[in-house]
Ligand binder design. Structure first.
Ligand code: UFG
Length: 328
């Protein structure tokens, strides 16, 4: 019998791609998801245990039933803007929920933990190369909640020996090239899917949030990484823990930054369509520039992000956008 891995948020965008990658690697992904932002139709690669991270009894039952060898913890609220207006939601769901999950894992004897953190924990640091040793000064409640969970993991390693790999994601984009799963948020807040919607008239023109940033074209710069490359790193992270290597933090970005205007230009060339857009005010909580300055995941994990060109991410997102979607 293959081993089980508990995948929280397995019905969501990144979690569902991770389940596909785990199944391909020979482990059984058990999705734990409350379906608040996830989609049951995205659970295709292993069993589904519906539940909420704030429900400790449900977590205990799922750990007892599946006895997972590891947890991959994707489930979280992740909208930077919303986290600025409703911080309580972020501290309760992300931090209290993760604490429940970590305690349930430790109490059940599951001591391998892979955690989805974010470059938003670094905050806005002008002219600083963001590597894993960079100071973390989040400027939004989302990033602060993720930094807090990183601290909780370190404390539980000290107290109980919980071994962990922390991945700090840069901007995840693209979709499964086979079209089995893809990005579908309700409401959508992310740049690329919003832009694709605007291109084919599914919604109004894209608004560029701020054109007066201190960047060459005035718009924010991000480091985009293909979701399939990103989840490959998680499979390597699981192996890292199974090989008894020490807890470690890895940035997951490519080191190349693109401005909002550059993403618009690429989308125009990939889709051969005009991108309707207008220029608006800055969005609260946005950092000017978030680009990874580290290749630790490549050199230590053996990660090889081969699909993370802007061209391929937009092309895969566009294919999914035209053919795939979920319905409640
Ligand atoms: N943007 C626009 N208009 C929009 C949407 C986004 O101009 O309608 C801009 C944003 O201001 C930002 C860039 O496009 O400069 C990317 O925005 P996203 O909302 O796609 O992504 P974020 O950078 O805000 O956040 C994402 C994830 C977070 C993660 C973060 C790390 O949502 O979970 O990347 O940078 F932490």
């Amino acid at each position: 019998m293959a081993d089980h891995v508990l995948v929280t948020g397995g019905a969501g965008y990144i979690g569902s791609h991770a389940c596909k990658a785990l199944a391909a690697a020979g482990v059984i992904p058990v999705t734990f998801d409350n379906l608040v932002t996830g989609w049951e139709e995205a659970v295709k690669f292993g069993p589904f245990a519906q539940g909420d991270l704030l429900d400790r009894a449900r977590l205990d039952a799922v750990f007892a039933e599946y006895q997972p060898i590891a947890v991959m913890h994707f489930a979280a609220l992740s909208q930077v803007g919303e986290s600025m207006s409703e911080p309580g939601k972020y501290w309760r769901n992300n931090v209290s929920g993760s604490l429940n999950l970590i305690e349930a894992a430790v109490d059940s004897g599951c001591m391998n933990f892979v955690f989805s953190s974010t470059c938003a924990t670094y905050g806005d640091q002008d002219n600083v190369v963001l590597d894993e040793n960079s100071a973390q000064y989040p400027i939004n409640a989302y990033g602060a909640s993720k930094r807090a969970i990183e601290d909780i993991l370190r404390d539980f390693e000290t107290s109980n020996g919980l071994r962990h790999v922390i991945f700090r994601y840069f901007n995840v984009a693209g979709a499964d090239p086979d079209g089995e799963v893809g990005e579908f948020h309700q409401p959508e807040t992310h740049l690329i899917p919003l832009m694709l919607d605007a291109i084919d008239g599914k919604r109004d023109a894209l608004t560029i949030f701020g054109t007066d940033y201190d960047t060459p074209d005035g718009t924010c710069i991000r480091d985009y990484v293909h979701v399939c490359d990103l989840v490959d790193a998680h499979v390597l992270g699981l192996k890292w823990l199974q090989d008894d290597k020490a807890s470690r933090v890895f940035n997951l970005g490519t080191g190349s930054g693109f401005s909002v205007r550059e993403v618009i230009d690429h989308s125009r060339s990939v889709t051969n369509r005009e991108v309707p857009y207008n220029e608006g005010d800055r969005r609260a909580g946005d950092c000017t520039k978030l680009v990874s300055g580290s290749s630790r995941a490549v050199s230590e994990l053996g990660w090889s992000p081969t699909r993370s060109t802007l061209q391929q991410m937009i092309a895969d997102a566009w294919r999914w956008h035209q053919t795939g979607h979920y319905s409640k």
